[in-house]
Ligand binder design. Structure first.
Ligand SMILES: Nc1ncnc2c1ncn2[C@@H]1O[C@H](COP(=O)(O)OP(=O)(O)OP(=O)(O)O)[C@@H](O)[C@H]1O
Length: 239
């Protein structure tokens, strides 16, 4: 497993004639198999940073290296394929396809990767079981609660066995109890699947759960706190 590396990364937006510096000379390493939270005030650059790490957008300057690949070297079609193979995404509004069942939503990224049907079925049912929704496989998103929808989204993100799962404010649209349960589920999935999770969040519950907490202000990283949570992890794995 590779770390994500950002070297001297800058990103600007243009708003009419105004230049908006969203990220400025960011240097950051996101270590494998950790729970990393990017925290900062509204407008500080969290989503921009997550979009660059998630290869949804490209840097204006500097290097973004994900899964050992310099992202700037990939043309757009190769980048879409790279994303599908190596990255999973969880969104605050879940982004499930309303006309598909829970099963079909989780299956979707595997279809995109041309995984054979029998293998898809096993993988999807294992994941739905792991997120506690095996009995809801045929329900559509409209027949599920917010927390259940986010569970489907977590299963979908993990379906292609990505190196990295990115989540933009994953608990923002959930009440605090449900948010807590979703956070615990994501932590369990992160440990069981040996995958890196990177979140942006304002939520103190999410920040408290971080292995690594990255604080961003005005487009610059102001601190990175690495916590030794090995004792916690051992306990969680044992239970
Ligand atoms: N498409 C865009 N066009 C112009 N400016 C943008 C665009 N997207 C973001 N920005 C600006 O870039 C800066 C960083 O925005 P970003 O969305 O990354 O912050 P954020 O920390 O994720 O904010 P929030 O917590 O409110 O989602 C802000 O000043 C924002 O106004």
């Amino acid at each position: 497993m590779y770390p994500v590396i950002l070297k001297q990364v800058s990103k600007h937006y243009r708003l009419g004639s105004v230049d908006v510096p969203a990220l400025q000379e960011v240097n950051l390493v996101i270590y494998p198999n950790r729970f990393t939270v990017i925290a900062g005030q509204s407008g500080s650059g969290k989503s921009t940073l997550l979009n660059l790490i998630g290869c949804i957008d490209r840097a204006d300057q500097g290097d973004v290296i994900v899964a050992g690949q310099y992202i700037a070297q990939l043309p757009d079609d190769a980048l879409a394929d790279f994303r599908a193979r190596h990255l999973g995404f969880i969104f605050q509004n879940f982004n499930l396809l309303a006309v598909l069942s829970a099963f079909e939503n989780v299956e979707y990224p595997l279809r995109m990767l041309n995984i054979p049907a029998a293998k898809r079925r096993t993988r999807v049912m294992d994941l739905l079981d792991a997120v506690g929704l095996a009995d809801k496989a045929h329900h559509r998103p409209g027949q599920l609660s917010g927390g259940q929808r986010q569970r489907v989204a977590i299963a979908r993100a993990l379906a292609p066995a990505p190196q990295l799962v990115l989540a933009d404010e994953p608990t923002a649209n959930l009440d605090s109890q449900t948010g807590k349960a979703i956070l615990q589920l994501m932590r369990r999935m992160q440990l069981e699947h040996q995958v890196s999770f990177v979140f942006s969040s304002h939520d103190p519950q999410v920040l408290a759960e971080a292995d690594d907490a990255v604080l961003i202000r005005d487009g610059r990283i102001v601190s990175v706190e690495q916590r030794d949570r090995s004792a916690v992890k051992k306990q969680e794995v044992l239970v």
